[in-house]
Design a protein around this ligand. Structure first.
Ligand code: TYD
Length: 216
C-alpha cells in the first residue's frame, strides 16, 4: 500500500493574511518537491464553488442552519473529490478553511450548538481530520481594516461583535484541540509568518514519519 499523504488546514478571522500565507505555503512545498493539492472552503469543486456564491453573495439573511448545511454540502464534495483522493495518492493537501471555520463562525459566531456542528462535520468529512491546522490570529478590528478596500461579502458584513466571537472561538479551539492546532500571530510580517508556518509543517511531517516508522 502506498504512503498516506499529509493534510494541512489554514484558518483565521477575516483579514488575517490567511490566503497570502496559504499560497506562500503552497509555493514553498512545491519548490521542496512535494506533490500538493490546494483547495478551499467553501469551494474547491464545481458544485462547491456554486454553493460559495450562494453563501457569500449579497447581504440577505440565510437561516443559520441552512447556512450550516450549505457549508457541509460543499465540504463533503471537497473531501470526496479532492482531499481523500489527494491523501490516498500520498500528496500534501492544503485546504484554505475547513471544519474549524464552522465551529468558529457558526458555533461561536452564530451561537449554534458546538456538539451538533462537530457531529455534522464528522458526517461531512467521513472523519478526515487535518494532521495540522494553522490558525492565523488577528484582532478583528485590524483584520477588517486591512480588507477595507474590497467589497465585503455577506459574512464579512456581520458586526464587530460577531467577528470578536469568531476570534475568541479560534482561540478556544486552539486551546482544546491539543497538538493538531497551532496559533500563529498574524501581526508579524508575511515572511516571518510563512517561515514559522513552514517550520511547523516540516516538524509535524517528520513527527508523523517517526510514528509511521515506529509502527513498521
Ligand atoms: P474566505 O475563505 O475568507 O474568502 P476570502 O478570503 O476570499 O474572503 O471566505 C469564506 C467565508 O466563509 C469567511 O467569511 C468564513 C466563512 N465560513 C464559515 O462561516 N463557515 C465555514 O464552515 C467556512 C468554511 C467558511
Amino acid at each position: 500500500m502506498g504512503k498516506w499523504g499529509f493534510f494541512i488546514s489554514i484558518e483565521g478571522p477575516e483579514g488575517s493574511g490567511k490566503s497570502t500565507l496559504t499560497s506562500g505555503i503552497h509555493e514553498h512545498l512545491v519548490r521542496m518537491g512535494f506533490q500538493v493539492v490546494y483547495t478551499r472552503e467553501p469551494g474547491g469543486t464545481p458544485p462547491g464553488e456554486e454553493i460559495r456564491e450562494i453563501l457569500l453573495a449579497g447581504s440577505g439573511n440565510i437561516d443559520a442552519m441552512t447556512e450550516v448545511f450549505l457549508f457541509m454540502a460543499a465540504r463533503r464534495e471537497n473531501v470526496v473529490r479532492n482531499i481523500l483522493p489527494g491523501l490516498r495518492e500520498g500528496k500534501v493537501v492544503i485546504c484554505d478553511r475547513y471544519t474549524d471555520s464552522t465551529i468558529a463562525y457558526q458555533g461561536y459566531g452564530r451561537g449554534l450548538p458546538i456538539k451538533l456542528l462537530r457531529r455534522l462535520n464528522k458526517l461531512a468529512t467521513l472523519g478526515v481530520k487535518p494532521d495540522l491546522t494553522l490558525v492565523v490570529d488577528v484582532d478583528p478590528q485590524k483584520g477588517l481594516e486591512r480588507i477595507r478596500g474590497k467589497e465585503f461579502d455577506r459574512i464579512e458584513k456581520e458586526d464587530l461583535e460577531f467577528h470578536l466571537r469568531v476570534r475568541e472561538g479560534y482561540n478556544k479551539i486552539a486551546k482544546i484541540s491539543g497538538r493538531r492546532v497551532k496559533l500563529l500571530n498574524g501581526s508579524q510580517s508575511p515572511d516571518e509568518l510563512l517561515n514559522k508556518a513552514i517550520s511547523l509543517i516540516i516538524d509535524k511531517m517528520s513527527q508523523k514519519e517517526k510514528v509511521r516508522g515506529g509502527r513498521r
